[in-house]
Write a new protein. Structure first.
Length: 253
């Protein structure tokens, strides 16, 4: 599907965005970008306290509010249906509804199949696939009640690469979930798209789980490219871009 002209992108003023996996990296950058465009943002993740990786939901929410935006730090474990439902309910209670979902929560594992433990394999599926399913399922009724909106799943260019591992398999399955969901929700005026980096974003998660892989500088993409693309997709409904897998730098040049 061709990308519509910028005029077809709806304003994000007074919209409400739920960003899962927003305590650091791509999710935090997208949350800040949506807030800068006028959306109230639920900053959702498990990271309530500082841990091995920098960033918490509180610190990201504080950055947004200090910059003049509206944000709510929402504890959320995407592998737990109860936790997801509680986080969505807290967001609706605070902001009155939800218009936009960014399903970004994920874990990275790039080891080969023969050295991948069942625990590691299951973790990737639980977070990267079941987590997307759970947050999407919980958010849909609220987006529908607003008369339409936008669902975005963050995936990866790695699904097109040869070989197999838990991370790429889980992300490929999430893409298939969203491509099918786009047709199901067209009648509700809800855009459903996947967004992946055009190149590698060296987030804190990548640094921790990238198996020591060295990335040439020309293959590195700033997280702001993902944020620009996410803002464009967040402004869509079913009359615009929907049912697609978009690459950040191709979408938001």
């Amino acid at each position: 599907m061709s990308v519509p002209e910028p005029a077809s992108t709806h304003s994000l003023e007074r919209k409400v965005a739920f960003v899962a996996g927003a305590s650091r990296g791509i999710g935090a950058t997208i949350a800040r970008a949506l807030a800068a465009e006028g959306s109230a943002v639920a900053v959702a993740a498990r990271s309530e306290q500082p841990g091995k990786l920098p960033g918490t939901i509180g610190s990201v929410a504080a950055e947004i509010t200090e910059a003049g935006g509206r944000a709510l730090a929402v504890p959320c474990d995407v592998t737990s249906e109860g936790s997801v439902n509680d986080a969505v309910a807290a967001t609706v209670s605070e902001f009155g509804g939800i218009d936009i979902l960014v399903a970004n929560a994920g874990v990275l594992w790039l080891g080969p199949v023969e050295t991948t433990s069942l625990k590691r394999w299951q973790l990737c599926l639980d977070v990267n696939l079941t987590g997307v399913f759970l947050v999407t399922k919980a958010v849909i009724p609220h987006v529908r009640a607003r008369g339409g909106g936008s669902l975005i799943a963050i995936t990866t260019t790695g699904v097109d690469m040869p070989g197999a591992n838990a991370y790429w398999v889980s992300k490929a399955a999430a893409e298939r979930l969203y491509l099918g969901l786009a047709a199901d929700l067209r009648g509700d005026n809800i855009a459903v798209n996947c967004l992946s980096p055009s190149r590698v974003v060296l987030t804190e998660g990548w640094q921790a789980g990238g198996a020591g892989m060295q990335i040439p500088p020309e293959m590195v993409e700033p997280p702001e490219a993902m944020a620009r693309a996410a803002v464009l997709l967040a402004g869509q409904d079913a009359d615009g871009i929907t049912g697609t897998v978009q690459r950040s730098e191709e979408l938001a040049l």
